[in-house]
Design a binder for this molecule. Structure first.
Ligand code: NTF
Length: 830
């Protein structure tokens, strides 16, 4: 047997070193093999989609090698790991990103070319993985890219929704939602782990017993659902590390409720079980209103419970003492959505691990860190006690206990200041008692951070003022960032090449601060020429796309003015439309001579409205109505166009951002926590028209106020302006354009009255469109003036890119690693 054993070891060792090769022929061999044996098509006849599938599977093979080895290496070193818990990961497509990150893009392109396929065409076959709503989910995706690239021992955990964010279809200018069944044609980027499953419990009751002389609580659930792991390898760039995003799908539990089969109603017993799968079926499409729906709470508990079981299992593989958890595990909760996990960990430690409250509390409060992503209190999730207590009865008990002890402590400090105690309580009293999830997170997490400087300041001074007074040391700022790999290097390769050429290095792909060296060459006419040429090529690509989707022909000499993001009143797409109407009105009323001086513009608006958000949907309709009018007005011609880009998503963003001259980030100051789109645009040399809100303020610091167009009320002025609304008389220009809509200049009057009401007449104009209008128009004029001067614009554009080094998510991740998670890198050697 010893000899046999040795023979086997030798054989395995030999086999283990048979890694896939990355020369053109080996890649072709693996693609064609997948055509034949995975896709089951003939290698002599397969179409673009099948070629995409086979190519993806061959890339996946390579990812798996790197990922297995990374996981083995992590297991061996057993460093403290960071687990990033998020309800949303807006990944977009994977093929191009993976082969770029693995450093095999050119070889793949060549391999495919010889086989008669075009990589660029195949890439388009992939469906976006849209498991997120917008900024919050995309941020999580950028973070994973940076964590892998920086060699941090990290895991992402989330939900494998069968339906991602709905597809937006426009009919007669109205948004319709279509389900995004993205798994329809299979998903080559995931690996189902049939053996990695955990039971997740719901409902039922709690029984109190005595155990070892101590009170013991036992939760007897009445529903059990199985969580099955799906792994998504996330390769780092220019490193051997590939980390994991583990998403959970719900499956009926095989063990539970067996007795119901014995009642004779076998078929119904099975049908009832099928309900379990609904838990992971659909992503909620509202990004800042919570509806207190039971299913949403079940989703939250489902994914954190499975994740925690998985994390504790992994911990126990290598550690005997549960107290060491704090040295091995950091748990990041992305907004309040995973907050129930804090309670689930307490429950596990006390009920399952047998720890006393104090020990469990000591561990729990050291492992969790919390990021808040919103400025206004209305967004903060609250769960009605009734729902929470029904779905998770033991958790509600624990929440009450946490709150009791917390309030006792507060009383010691603040005495009978009951107002304060009521404000700070985890339980909100009132008609409908509810659990304040952000408060729960604040009380239990080691640190809490905002996502831009102004946001963190507002958290301290307004949103969580009481808590800042109590625990100033808990509060941190972590300004958001985006990955320059996906958002600059891969989606704008032309510009990337210029940057590499002038900096004489491509090291900016891992150290974005290097971009600042571009400043040295900003006046060089060669750089300016090359820069503008690439930007024109990108614009021409977008112009073709625009014509395809809307039939509108646009001139690439015009200024491409873009606002793409979720549609929200606070983001003020309506303000943008009003200024477009103003521009239209001005052009109509000037002489042909004067028209010659007008700077031509193509205005592009895109974004989804939450399905139940009526005003947002009207804004979309208005874009179409105004577009219809001015795109077909012979007086206007190419001077002004307005197009709506439907179904804005990650892939559309990759096309639009590199082709934009100007991008708008014009939220009412004090409303946008950060904004990350702005960072992508700035990196790509697009100038920003914005308010002093969110990350715009820091972008301005980096890029220079002279290279941005800033307007509007400042955040500290907003409360006063709101208070003075009753006396405020909007300017004549504002009343005129709103009047044009009301009077039916763009038709469909009946749809727009309610929208106009929000900004004039009886309306409150909560977002101060009327107040900011003139200053916005002035900024727009400054834009025209700058664009008319080609050299000046080129310079400003280069300086935008040069100043965007700070906005890499690599920087953000390093800050979290050092200041919140206390983790070290763990780099796998080749
Ligand atoms: C969003 N928050 C903010 O509105 C953005 O300003 C920010 O850039 C992103 O988070 C990422 O931090 C949300 O979507 C939510 F849901 F939290 F309100």
């Amino acid at each position: 047997p010893a000899a046999e054993q040795k023979g086997r070891t030798d054989l395995l060792f030999k086999l283990m070193n048979q890694y896939l090769k990355n020369d053109v022929f080996s890649i072709q061999k693996s693609i064609v093999n997948h055509v034949e044996y995975t896709v089951a098509r003939s290698r002599f006849k397969f179409d673009d989609f099948e070629a995409y599938q086979a190519t993806s599977y061959s890339v996946r093979d390579r990812l798996i090698e790197s990922w297995n080895d990374t996981q083995l290496f992590f297991k061996d070193k057993d460093p403290k790991r960071i687990y990033f818990l998020s309800m949303e990961f807006l990944m977009g497509r994977s093929l191009l990103n993976s082969i770029y990150n693995l450093g095999i893009k050119d070889t793949y392109a060549e391999a495919l070319r010889q086989l008669g396929f075009d990589l660029e065409v195949l890439v388009e076959q992939e469906r976006d993985a849209a498991l997120g709503n917008g900024g919050l989910g995309r941020l999580a995706a950028c973070f994973l890219d940076s964590l892998a690239t920086l060699d941090y021992p990290a895991w992402g955990y989330g939900l494998r929704y069968e339906y991602g964010l709905f597809k937006q279809v426009i009919k007669d200018g109205f948004q319709h939602e279509r389900p995004d069944y993205w798994l329809n044609f299979g998903n080559p980027w995931e690996i189902e782990r049939v053996h990695i499953t955990y039971p997740v419990k719901f409902y039922g009751k709690v029984e109190e017993t005595m155990r070892d002389g101590r009170k013991h609580f036992e939760w007897i659930p009445s529903e059990m659902v199985e969580a099955v792991a799906y792994d998504n390898p996330i390769p780092g760039f220019d490193t051997n590390n590939t980390i994991n995003l583990r998403l959970w799908a719900a499956k009926p539990s095989s063990e539970f409720n067996i007795q119901s089969y014995d009642t004779g109603d076998y078929v119904n017993a099975i049908l009832n079980k099928q309900h379990a799968e609904t838990i992971s079926s659909v992503l909620y499409p509202d990004d800042r209103t919570y509806q207190g729906k039971e299913l949403r709470l079940k989703q939250q508990h489902f994914f954190v419970s499975a994740s925690l079981q998985d994390i504790i299992r992994r911990f126990k593989d290598r550690n005997d003492n549960i107290n060491d958890l704090v040295n091995k595990v950091a748990l990041q909760i992305n907004d309040t959505h995973p907050t129930i996990g804090v309670v689930e960990l307490m429950r596990t430690l006390i009920d399952d691990e047998g720890l006393d409250w104090k020990t469990a509390w000591g561990i729990t409060t050291k492992v969790f860190t919390f990021t808040n992503h919103s400025v206004v209190p209305e967004v903060l999730e609250k769960w009605p006690v009734e729902i929470l207590g029904n779905v998770l009865p033991r958790h509600l008990q624990i929440i009450y206990d946490i709150n009791f002890l917390f309030l006792e402590d507060l009383k010691k400090k603040y005495g009978n200041d009951y107002d304060r105690l009521a404000r700070m309580s985890i339980i909100e009293e009132g008609e409908k008692k509810s659990v304040r999830m952000a408060t729960l997170a604040l009380v239990t997490c080691q640190t809490v951070n905002g996502v831009s400087e102004i946001h963190t300041d507002l958290m301290k001074s307004m949103l969580f003022k009481d808590f800042y007074e109590l625990w100033p040391h808990k509060f941190q700022n972590k300004t958001n960032g985006v990955t320059q790999r996906r958002w600059l290097a891969f989606s704008n390769p032309g510009l990337g090449d210029i940057i590499t050429k002038w900096l004489e290095t491509d090291a900016w792909m891992k150290n974005l601060d290097l971009l600042s060296d571009l400043r040295k060459y900003v006046d060089d006419p060669h750089l300016q020429e090359e820069w503008l040429r690439v930007r024109r090529q990108n614009k021409s690509r977008l112009a073709t796309y625009i014509e395809m989707i809307s039939g509108v022909k646009v001139s690439i000499d015009a200024l491409f003015d873009v606002q793409v993001k979720r549609i929200h009143e606070y983001k003020r797409q309506f303000l943008n439309i009003l200024s477009i109407i103003h521009r239209y009105d001005c052009i109509k009323n000037i002489s042909p001579e004067e028209r010659k001086k007008v700077v031509p513009r193509v205005c592009i608006i895109g974004g989804k409205a939450a399905p139940g958000y009526e005003i947002a949907k009207k804004i979309i309709k208005l874009v179409h109505a105004v577009g219809e009018k001015l795109n077909n007005d012979p007086d206007i011609g190419h001077l002004l166009k307005l197009v709506f880009v439907p179904d804005y998503n990650v892939s559309v963003a990759e096309l639009v951002i590199p082709a934009s001259d100007l991008s708008q980030h014009i939220s009412t100051a004090g409303n946008e926590a950060s904004g990350t789109g702005s960072m992508k645009f700035a990196m790509n040399g697009c100038l920003i028209l914005g308010t002093m809100d969110g990350a715009n303020i820091e972008i301005r610091e980096e890029i220079g106020h002279e290279n941005m167009f800033i307007f509007g009320a400042r955040a500290n002025e907003v409360p006063k302006l709101r208070a003075q609304r009753k006396e405020f008389q909007p300017p004549r220009e504002f009343r005129r354009v709103v009047g044009m809509i009301r009077n039916g200049v763009f038709g469909h009057q009946e749809h727009f009255q309610a929208l106009c009401d929000t900004v004039d007449g009886q309306g409150e104009d909560l977002y101060l469109l009327g107040n900011d209008f003139l200053s916005y128009l002035e900024a727009q004029e400054a834009v025209d003036k700058a664009f008319a001067d080609r050299n000046r614009w080129a310079k400003m554009s280069i300086l935008s890119t040069a100043g965007s080094g700070k906005f890499s998510s690599d920087r953000t991740m390093k800050e979290y690693a050092e200041q919140s998670w206390d983790i070290q890198t763990c780099k796998r050697p080749l």
